[in-house]
Design a binder for this molecule. Structure first.
Ligand SMILES: Nc1ncnc2c1ncn2[C@@H]1O[C@H](COP(=O)(O)OP(=O)(O)OP(=O)(O)O)[C@@H](O)[C@H]1O
Ligand SMILES: O=P(O)(O)OC[C@H]1O[C@H](OP(=O)(O)OP(=O)(O)O)[C@H](O)[C@@H]1O
Ligand SMILES: [Mg+2]
Length: 282
């Protein structure tokens, strides 16, 4: 059985379970369950704190895990990222009261509050900045108002939490994060069960990113139409009963679908349809 660590709480937990469900895996029915065996797919899921997942995986007791890239780096565990999953996207940034700190150099001698001490210590050392770091479990935005620190380093998505606390980011983003699949560093890359698991998740990612597009067009317009819809390999082109017309089928990025439909229509294509892809193996 493949043993997989899945976040049990927080921002990663819901989207991770949704993706695994879309990939055909059995998931827990209620949030207190710590373990689910999926005998059909020969997989066992362990629901763990997101922060602990890289540590379990690096110990070799679990084969792979889903966690945040920032949590992986912060843990310092001997684990590596093998597939980015496209959800829980965020940046990790310094923030302070407006005007209080203008650049990284001004950080020397200050106290930085964060829940991600591993990332901050490493970054400050790399940048040669001598600041003290105080670890807080969460809600670090409040640390400045309460005088625990002059600076914070935290996850930023929309920036709402910072705005609400009257803080502003400064300096370059320390890192960009998203949910990722991790494994023990250097674990065999060709393990068939791991490969099958990754293919399933890649199938979900593709199904979320692409739609199938079908349309009819005149043979004279085919080259121009195909340039708009090149597909992943090459589009399928089939003859129509009406001579001089062909039917074309190709995958297109969902984000571009409406624009492509407009352009195809302007070229003279008709009966332009898009349909959702539910699952795929490329
Ligand atoms: N608002 C957010 N938007 C996107 N990703 C986020 C957000 N907050 C946290 N994350 C990501 O979630 C992961 C942290 O998960 P974790 O469960 O430890 O914290 P959380 O989601 O803040 O939950 P909580 O603090 O309530 O326990 C990190 O990878 C982080 O980048
Ligand atoms: O930029 P935003 O869209 O506001 O999102 C970022 C905020 O979300 C998370 O906080 P969470 O609500 O999980 O609380 P926490 O700080 O206690 O982890 C994170 O720690 C930031 O505070
Ligand atoms: Mg949080």
């Amino acid at each position: 059985m493949l043993r997989i660590a899945v976040p049990n709480k927080g921002s990663l937990s819901g989207p991770a379970a949704a993706m695994l469900h879309e990939a055909g895996y059995q998931q827990r029915r209620e949030s207190k369950e710590l373990r689910v065996v999926d005998p059909v797919n020969e997989v066992e899921f362990f629901y763990l704190r997101p922060r602990d997942i890289a540590i379990y995986v690096s110990s070799g007791r679990l084969d792979i895990g889903v966690t945040g890239r920032d949590l992986l780096i912060d843990s310092g565990a001997d684990a590596e990222e093998i597939l980015p999953l496209g959800f829980a996207r965020s940046t990790f940034r310094f923030a302070a009261r407006p005007g209080a700190v203008k650049s990284l150099a001004d950080l020397s001698g200050t106290t930085v509050a964060t829940s991600y001490e591993g990332i901050v210590d490493k970054y400050l050392a790399e940048q040669g900045v001598d600041a003290s770091v105080v670890h807080l479990d969460g809600a670090v935005e409040t640390a400045i108002e309460l005088g625990v620190a002059e600076v914070i380093a935290d996850v930023v998505e929309t920036g709402t939490s910072l705005r609400n606390a009257g803080l502003e980011v400064f300096g370059d983003p320390i890192m960009k994060s998203e949910a990722v699949v991790v494994r023990r560093t250097g674990a065999p890359a060709d393990e068939p069960k791991v490969q099958q698991f990754l293919r399933r998740l890649q199938g979900v990612l593709v199904a979320r990113t692409y739609v199938m597009m079908d349309y009819d067009c005149r043979v004279e317009q085919l080259e121009k139409a195909v340039a708009l819809t090149p597909g992943l390999e090459s589009p399928t082109v089939s003859p129509l009963h009406n001579e001089g017309w062909v039917a074309v089928r190709a995958m297109v990025p969902s984000a571009d679908a409406q624009k492509i439909m407009d352009d195809l229509y302007d070229l003279g294509a008709r009966a332009i349809l898009t349909t959702a892809i539910h699952a795929c193996r490329l």
